[in-house]
Design a protein around this ligand. Structure first.
Ligand code: ATP
Ligand code: MN
Length: 538
């Protein structure tokens, strides 16, 4: 069966097993917005954005992310708790069931692509059960022109059926929801969950395999932007550490907020065509660009609207992980195409809830390698009353859940690139100051921004004693002064007003670092080992 809908193009879906005459192909954002409203699957906010609930899942489910073990993946993937194997025959049966399910639904098909650099472009076809999931795909992937849709040849297919529930006994899944990647069939099969992040992170995982294995390109869980001089800055960090917030900067052109590749030609390209920002406690004054991007076309997730359609960004009654997706062009100062040259500075962002890591420090190449393989941030407990201890969280390469290969593969590539390009590496603590979570406060966004600008503009000076203090525990170089930041803020110990308590907490964290590093010890050379904290408590 052929279909011709909103687009002038005609596509055939029979090869997917889809026999369905209720197909919306390449529906415009407006159409998807209106269909969602008409079906009462969402509401329009006063800003014009569409607000939907993702349902049972309001975040990714890493324990339900599988990779089909086949000739391509078997010997290359780092199998374990992160990369869970899935049987090829089971995949085929599950796929057939999902397609049968989708044949009974009205569905939405979108052709798009990933990777803004044409040499790396990966054509995608996204088949979704819900109209708003398709709007997410419009926002987050790159958008082919009408001309590019002629003879569009989709390489990977994403099949997204949130309403389909797997039967774990029969289907080989852990529970009713699943995201399964099949590199032989080039299909990402997602079911039982409406969380849109599974769609983008599914393709991210695919690229994190393809690019290093076949294209000599380092994939990175990072944001990126470009300064007036054409210098590119890269911001690595786990969820909630500030990749999206800090890369969205009126003084620098945004390349992208989450997923990039660093090529052998020393360019950095965005995998995506949009941003996916956290909106918890979003305020117009502190983050005007993101606030302004929430307009018609944007898709809000799991937020609460009042009777006037205004979003209450403080309301976390559905989840702390409230989000908005919007196309990159909703940010006025963005790079087109999303490719940067000449990476000059790398920032490792960490939200240290122990409040002991300096707000900004400069890393040596060994320290950079050590911190990259460690991938530290801290998790704070929920919103329950009473102060609960933060928990250290380590995720190799600042993105272990999305990395199919062994972390050392990415770490080695990054080390080589850092050496070749002579890039500066900074560790930035966007987390707590003046004490740990519960006692201290989150670092002011305007201070973090000032520190990042100072690093980018060269205002922190050369790496020498009168400009930097070497932290006695972490060994990192802490600037003594920074324009726009009170000097007292630069030394975490000074902000605590209690040296003993500070060092006790610092040692607690270094022990956690050491414990986590054990699993990499047999792979790590002397250089990486030297990059760890200098002192531990015994
Ligand atoms: P994800 O990978 O989940 O997309 P992310 O790294 O992009 O996460 P952000 O969306 O930027 O993280 O979230 C950072 C959150 O922390 C935002 O809500 C931001 O307002 C808040 N924040 C508070 N203080 C700071 C600070 N000093 N620096 C950065 N972000 C801060
Ligand atoms: Mn982000």
């Amino acid at each position: 069966m052929s279909i011709s809908h909103q687009s002038t193009q005609t596509i055939s879906l029979e090869s997917y097993g889809l026999v369905n005459d209720r197909v919306h192909y390449q529906a415009t954002p407006d159409e998807l917005h209106n269909i969602t409203l008409k079906k009462a699957m969402g509401k329009e906010a006063s800003s014009g954005a569409l607000a939907i609930d993702t349902g049972e899942f309001t975040g990714r489910s890493p324990k339900d992310r599988f990779i089909v073990m086949d000739d391509i993946t078997k010997l290359k993937v780092w199998w374990g708790d992160i990369n869970l194997p899935f049987d090829p025959d089971k995949f085929d049966r599950l796929y057939d069931k999902v397609i049968e399910y989708l044949n009974s639904k009205e569905i939405y098909v979108r052709d798009s692509y990933a990777c803004a650099d044409p040499d790396y472009r990966l054509n995608l076809r996204v088949i979704t059960e819900y109209p708003w999931s398709n709007l997410f795909a419009y926002n987050m992937f790159l958008r082919p022109t009408e001309a590019e849709l002629v003879d569009f040849d989709p390489e990977w297919t994403i099949v997204n059926a949130p309403g389909f529930m797997a039967d774990p006994k029969e289907d080989g899944t852990r529970q009713h929801n699943f995201a399964v990647l099949n590199f032989t069939k080039k299909i990402a099969l997602i079911g039982g969950t409406g969380y849109t992040g599974e769609i983008k992170k599914g393709i991210f995982s695919v690229l994190n395999f393809i690019l290093p294995v076949y294209k000599n390109t380092l994939p990175m869980h990072c944001s990126a932007n470009v300064g007036d001089d054409g210098d590119t800055a890269i911001f690595f960090g786990l969820s909630g550490t500030g990749k999206t917030t800090l890369s969205t900067d009126p003084h620098r052109k945004l390349i992208g907020d989450d997923e990039h590749g660093w090529t052998a030609e020393n360019t950095v390209f965005n995998f995506e065509g949009g941003c996916y920002a956290k909106v918890i406690d979003l305020c117009q004054e502190n983050e005007p660009e993101i606030y302004g991007a929430i307009k018609k076309g944007a898709l809000l997730e799991n937020v609460i609207l009042d009777k006037d359609g205004d979003v209450d960004f403080a309301d976390t009654s559905i989840t702390q992980n409230t989000r908005v997706s919007y196309p990159l062009y909703h940010i006025a100062n963005h790079m087109e195409p999303s490719v940067g040259r000449n990476p000059k500075n790398i920032f490792f962002l960490t939200a240290d809830a122990f409040g002991v890591i300096p707000p900004i420090s400069k890393l040596t190449p060994s320290q950079a390698a050590y911190h990259f393989i460690s991938g530290y941030t801290a998790k704070v407990a929920g919103t329950e009353a009473g102060v609960v201890e933060p928990v250290p969280s380590f995720s190799a390469c600042f993105g272990a859940p999305f990395m199919p290969l062994h972390p050392t593969k990415y770490a080695e590539m990054l080390s080589d690139k850092m050496k070749e390009s002579g890039v500066n590496v900074w560790l930035v603590n966007t987390g707590w100051t003046g004490g740990p979570y519960g006692v201290g406060t989150r670092m002011k966004l305007k201070y973090t921004r000032a520190m990042i600008h100072a690093a980018l503009n060269g205002d922190l000076g050369l790496y020498c004693y009168d400009k930097y203090h070497i932290h006695s525990v972490f060994g990192v170089a802490q600037p003594r002064v920074c324009p726009g930041v009170p000097t007292s803020v630069l030394s975490p110990r000074a902000t605590w007003n209690d040296d003993e308590a500070y060092y006790k907490m610092a040692f607690k964290l270094t022990n956690a670092f050491r414990h986590n590093f054990k699993k990499f010890e047999s792979y790590a050379n002397e250089e990486i080992r030297r990059g760890g904290p200098q002192r531990y408590a015994f």
